[in-house]
Structures are given as C-alpha cells and as structure tokens.
Ligand binder design. Structure first.
Ligand code: DX5
Ligand code: ZN
Length: 236
C-alpha cells in the first residue's frame, strides 16, 4: 500500500509560489520570546506558527491565549495558530481576541466541523483544518471549499523535533490535487519534521506553507541563520 501511494506523480514541476516559512515557537526560548520572534521576523519568516496543546487531544500541554497575545505584541507577522485541542469551538473567540489571524482546528477534534469553521470566520479569522497522519485526505473533502488553509501533519502531533513521516509527500501531492479541484486558493501547509534535508522535496510535493520548528529554534545557530539555510535548501 505504501509503495502504491509513493508512486503518485508530482502535481507540481516547480515550487509553489510563494513558498512560505512558518517558524513554530514550540522549541523557542520562552524566557526571551519577543526577541526570538523578532529573530524569526528578521530571518524572513512569513508566518509565526503557534502550537496550542491541551494535554487531551495530544499528550502534551503548551500554552493558551495569553502567550498568543504576547506574540501578537511582538510582531506584525500573521499569527498561524494551530489548535491541538478537543472541542476547539470552545476557544475560538478567546484566540481570536488574543490576536490570531488564522485558526486551524483538527478534523478529528471537532464534531460539527462546518459550524466550527463558520465560527472562526465570524470571529474575524482565516480558517484552517488539519489532519493527523492516519487521517485520509477524503476527511476534508466536504469542508475544503469553506477554508483558507489545509494542514497535513507529517508527525503525530504533540512534540517538536520528531522525524518526518516519509509517506507524507505522497499525501501532500494527493491533497494538492484535491485543493486544485475544490478550492484552488486554499493554502496547503505541512507541519512536523521539516528540515534542511527534506524541505525542497516537501515543497515540490505541493506544500505552500512549511512549518519549521526545531530546524529554526535550536542551539546550533540563530533563527536568522537557520532560516537562511532553509531558504537555500528550498531553492536547491
Ligand atoms: C507538532 C507541532 C509542530 C511542531 C513543529 O505537534 O504541531 O508545529 O512543533 O516542530 P518540528 O519542526 O520540530 O517538527
Ligand atoms: Zn503545529
């Protein structure tokens, strides 16, 4: 099955234009968060990706609206808030008020997804939907015309620094085809394990927004240096 999936031909001969980088602050130094955000901004980040975890949908707890508000005060970049929480509809208004520009909810976490997406739009945000590695792309077929972004997880959500699940490139190609058919302006985001070694292949598979966490915030180099390295790898 995996072999059969991996022979799906690339949908793009070229990189999506523009290909956006969205640093995730999950592995940033929270003691100097504003500075870490500015470093990403200086390095040419397109979005700031914020991973909200509730200890229930995923086996980890991260942060809530107050941290989103603090990040909002540190940057004018769009805030891409990834809600890894059960019943995300309970928190949409709080995250919108905290300054989120884009709110992404998991299809596995929201029973009435269409209503949740409407709620996000009513709150003044762009709406995104996310799927876990084991969730088929068909799960988003009916909601796709209503959203601004579709997020394909390339690791099981919960932690930064995990290994990219290789079959995700095939899944991205199939998702890109579906987006082309049902909502061509929808962005395709990939999240988890994207780094220098695979960033170009991932983008060539059709992802137009690449979340980069530990590849940006690590002890080897500054966020600016890491973003430059990633941009260079992306360009090939
Ligand atoms: C995983 C999060 C990701 C992750 C990205 O649950 O949604 O955003 O932190 O970090 P890396 O790039 O290190 O996998
Ligand atoms: Zn994320």
């Amino acid at each position: 099955m995996i072999e059969r999936l991996s022979v799906v031909p690339p949908v793009n001969a070229a990189l999506p234009s523009p290909t956006k980088l969205a640093p995730s602050i999950l592995t940033a130094d929270f003691g100097r968060l504003a500075e870490q955000i500015r470093q990403a901004e200086e390095g040419g980040a397109d979005y700031i990706h914020l991973d909200v975890m509730d200890g229930c949908f995923v086996p980890n707890i991260s942060f809530g609206p107050p941290v989103v508000r603090a990040v909002r005060q540190a940057t004018s970049l769009p805030l891409d808030v990834h809600l890894m929480v059960v019943e995300p509809e309970r928190y949409i208004d709080a995250f919108a008020a905290a300054g989120a520009d884009l709110l992404t909810v998991h299809v596995e976490a929201s029973l009435h997804l269409h209503r949740t997406v409407e709620q996000i739009v009513s709150a003044g945000c762009k709406a995104g939907i996310a799927i876990n590695p084991a969730t088929p792309i068909s799960a988003v077929r009916e909601i796709l015309p209503f959203v601004d972004l579709a997020l394909v997880m390339s690791v099981n959500p919960g932690f930064g620094g995990q290994r990219f699940i290789e079959t995700t490139t095939s899944k991205l190609r199939r998702m890109a085809e579906m987006i082309k058919e049902y909502n061509p302006t929808c962005e395709l985001e990939v999240d988890g394990g994207v780094a220098q070694n695979n960033i170009r292949d991932v983008a060539l598979s059709g992802a137009s927004v690449l979340v980069v966490g530990s590849a940006v915030y690590n002890s080897s180099a500054t966020p600016q240096e890491n973003l430059a390295t990633l941009r260079a790898a992306l360009a090939g």
